[in-house]
Structure formats: structure tokens, C-alpha cells
Design a protein around this ligand. Structure first.
Ligand code: NAP
Length: 263
């Protein structure tokens, strides 16, 4: 893949998105950085600017389809994107003694992790296809490979993102685009810090960004890491459901319910 000169990253105000912005910050690269927190976004923009990149931070809510569409379309007209990374996301979980998640929390995570992803990539599918060039990257999760008892709605959103990326790839790649899915393990970020659980093979956001960037540069369809956790998750997928449930029941994890609500 040629080096991207114009990159759109959502969730650039924190964690993996911020680290990706820094990883792509090179002399002359245009970086459109979406998030909500203006202060943290400005910090990311200032950091990438010191590396010679031209940062365009914008406080946008990925759940707002009209505003996302208008802003992305206009930014694409100025500096056509050759890479978009749909990264913004939240998490939510089910308390150990609860049976089901609050329906409002479930709708909230669907709005960000699913609708927000659509709002990010949909405006670019047609223009990128017309140019016959561009890369669409989705940030998925190992939690999207098989349901986790402590985080049903999060797993649902990530499984849906995986299926969406897989479904888009064939047709768009015939039009010259590249579609990539990162299947990410534990990465030390504020999102991950909110979770109490064993976090085997946790890595830094900087390392995660390096791995994702390298995989995207090679045009990989799937960028899954760390591989031992990915392999274990694949083994988990192969287990009969009731055996999987028994193993899962022994895993202690506490993922707090999101405070986000659909606006
Ligand atoms: N960390 C992990 O272990 C891990 C593992 C697997 C997958 N992932 C995935 O990686 C992605 C990034 O997560 P992270 O760990 O880096 O989390 P993080 O540090 O909490 O960052 C999340 C980012 O998403 C943005 N965001 C959330 N809701 C938004 C909204 N409605 N509109 C615009 N931006 C919004 C946040 O922006 P504001 O704060 O400015 O609103 C923030 O920049 C997520 O999709 C997550 O599911 C993370």
C-alpha cells in the first residue's frame, strides 16, 4: 500500500485513536481527528503537529449521522482521504449478579460502536470507489469473536463490526479499495482501565498503533493481535457452547455499565 497522505481517525482524543494519530503523523500528512472532548483532541492535534503533520481536529459525535456526513464529505473534498480508521468506541458490561444489561446502555453502545462506525465509513465508500483508491479500517476486538458473559452488548457490537467489514471487503476491493479489520486484544487505555479482569498480554496503545499501522501498510484483511490470545479465542470458538459456558462462568470480570445514553 502507498503511504497515506490524508487520514481520518475517529476517537483520536484518547487511547488507540490518539496513538494512531501519532503513528501516522509525518511531514505533510493531513490528519482529520474526530472525538468529542475538545481539550484532549487539541492535545492530540498539538502532538501530531510537532511531527510536521497537518492536524484538523474536530469535536463531533460519531452518532450524529448528518453532521458526520457533512463534515467528512467536505473534508474529503479538500484533501481526499486515502485511509479512514473507524476507531471510536465505548464499552459496557453486565454486573456479576445481573441478568440483563440496562436497555438504555445497550442502545447507547449500539449507537456509538455500530451506528457511529457506519456514520464514519458510509460517506467515503462512494468517493473512494470513484477514485479507485483508499483503505477502510475497522477497529474490532477479540471480544467480537465469541460472546463474553460479562459484556454481552459490547461483544454484539464488535461481532457486528467484524461481519460488516467481512461483508464489505469483497465488493469494495474489486473497486480498488482495501478493507481491513483489526481484531484487538487488551490495550492499556482509559476504556480498558475501567475494566477489572485478568488482562493477559496487555500492550501499550503505542504498540497497538504500530501493529495496526504495519498491518494496514501491508493491506492485510485481518490484523489480529496478540496472536496467542487470538489463537485461544479461536479455540474457544470451536468449543461446544455448554462447555464454553462452564469455562466462562469461572472467569471473573467486572465491566462497568456505560453512562452514555442515546442523545
Ligand atoms: N483498549 C482495549 O483493550 C481495546 C480492545 C479491543 C478493542 N478496543 C477498541 O478500540 C477502540 C478505541 O478504544 P480505546 O481503548 O482507545 O478507548 P478510549 O481510550 O476510551 O478512547 C475511545 C475514543 O472514542 C471516542 N468516542 C467515544 N464515543 C464517541 C462519540 N460518540 N463520538 C466521537 N468520539 C467518541 C472518545 O472520544 P471522547 O472521549 O472525546 O468522547 C475516545 O477518543 C474502541 O472501538 C474499542 O472498542 C479497545
Amino acid at each position: 500500500m502507498r503511504r497515506p497522505r490524508s487520514v481520518l481517525i475517529t476517537g483520536a482524543s484518547s487511547g488507540i485513536g490518539r496513538a494512531l494519530a501519532l503513528a501516522y503523523a509525518e511531514e505533510g500528512t493531513h490528519l482529520a481527528l474526530i472525538g468529542r472532548d475538545e481539550t484532549r483532541l487539541a492535545e492530540t492535534a498539538a502532538a501530531v503537529a510537532t511531527k510536521g503533520a497537518i492536524a484538523k481536529p474536530v469535536s463531533l459525535d460519531v452518532r450524529d449521522r448528518d453532521t458526520m456526513n457533512a463534515w467528512i464529505t467536505s473534508a474529503d473534498a479538500q484533501h481526499p482521504f486515502d485511509l479512514v480508521i473507524a476507531n471510536a468506541g465505548i464499552t459496557t458490561g453486565l454486573a456479576p449478579d445481573a441478568l440483563a444489561e440496562d436497555p438504555l446502555a445497550v442502545r447507547a453502545i449500539m449507537a456509538t460502536n455500530l451506528i457511529g462506525v457506519l456514520n464514519t465509513v458510509e460517506p467515503l465508500i462512494t468517493p473512494m470507489s470513484e477514485r479507485g483508491h483508499g483503505q477502510i479500517a475497522f477497529i474490532g476486538s477479540i471480544a467480537g469473536l465469541r460472546g463474553l458473559h460479562h459484556s454481552p452488548a459490547y461483544c454484539m457490537t464488535k461481532a457486528a463490526v467484524h461481519a460488516y467489514a467481512d461483508s464489505l471487503r469483497g465488493r469494495l476491493e474489486r473497486r480498488g479499495l482495501c478493507v481491513s479489520l483489526a481484531i484487538v486484544g487488551f490495550v492499556k487505555t482509559p476504556l480498558n482501565d475501567s475494566i477489572t479482569a485478568m488482562k493477559p498480554l496487555e500492550i501499550s496503545d503505542r504498540r497497538a498503533a504500530e501493529i495496526i499501522k504495519n498491518g494496514l501498510a501491508h493491506g492485510k484483511a485481518t490484523i489480529a493481535f496478540p496472536w496467542p490470545l487470538y489463537a485461544a479465542a479461536w479455540l474457544g470458538r470451536a468449543l461446544p457452547a455448554r462447555l464454553y459456558d462452564k469455562i466462562m462462568a469461572r472467569i471473573d470480570a467486572n465491566v462497568p455499565e456505560t453512562k452514555e445514553r442515546v442523545p
